[in-house]
Write a protein that binds this ligand. Structure first.
Ligand SMILES: [Zn+2]
Length: 245
């Protein structure tokens, strides 16, 4: 049993690079289909391709329009990168942005793809899940060995599962916030568009339609499991970059 657990554990560690491999392209193609398969129009394609050149990104990227489902899941006011090769734009929202904001937003999403943030996050999350299973199995065994009364062991096991789940969420959210910051900084630096970034986050702040759970920072708990830094935080570090530069 221990050997099986160790094998799963090691497999988890190698899962992230595996995500980037072309072997899984048919799977990611199939999953990405859900958010739309319509390619971006020529004008937007050219705009993104020229920013890719500026950022020195040569990998193959599929540029697509967000469909209604993508807008429902990620919000209308959004662009997002998926796996290691898809960039989705909500064109109606995108056209409302200033040229500098558009450059910042595209640069941000391209940075996610450049650094393989999504496959790394998926791999990390899978690795954490295996680790949590492994720990839960060991903790449960210890509880069973030390305590015989089921009325005590059951709540203890439920409590440890809850703690492990919470720990996983915090770890996943922390990595996600690190990646978001890296993508913001990379875009602002590479494209020299920090002003566009600040204006973009001011716009998001004013907009009521992006109120999704990951943008809720009303309590300490919610801040701990937020997938993105708050708009204020993002404006602050971009501003610092501006002052330094
Ligand atoms: Zn992002």
């Amino acid at each position: 049993m221990r050997k099986i657990a160790a094998f799963i554990f090691i497999f988890g560690a190698f899962h992230a690079p595996l995500q980037c491999s072309s072997i899984i392209k048919p799977i990611t193609d199939y999953l990405a289909k859900d958010y739309g398969t319509t390619p971006l129009d020529n004008v937007h394609q050219q705009q993104v391709r020229s920013i890719m050149k500026e950022m020195g990104i040569t990998k193959s990227i599929d540029l697509r329009k967000s469909n209604w489902k993508a807008k429902a899941v990620f919000g209308r006011n959004n662009a997002f990168a998926l796996y290691d090769r898809y960039l989705y734009l909500s064109d109606s929202f995108f056209d409302e942005l200033s040229k500098e904001e558009q450059r910042f937003l595209i640069g941000h999403e391209l940075s996610h793809l450049k650094y393989n943030h999504i496959p790394i996050r998926l791999g990390f999350s899978f690795f954490l899940w295996i680790l949590a299973m492994f720990l839960f199995w060991n903790v449960s065994r210890k509880i069973r060995e030390k305590i015989s009364r089921r009325s005590i062991t059951i709540p203890l096991r439920i409590g440890s599962a809850f703690l492990l789940g919470f720990g996983m969420n915090v770890c996943n959210a922390t990595l996600s916030r690190i990646h978001e910051r890296q993508a913001d900084v990379e875009s602002a630096r590479c494209l020299d568009c920090s002003q566009g970034g600040i204006e973009f986050f001011c716009r998001l702040e004013k907009s009521a339609t992006i109120l999704t759970p990951q943008y809720d920072y009303s309590t300490k708990f919610k801040r701990l499991v937020a997938s993105h830094p708050s708009n204020d935080e993002r404006k602050q570090y971009i501003n610092e970059l501006n002052n330094k530069g």
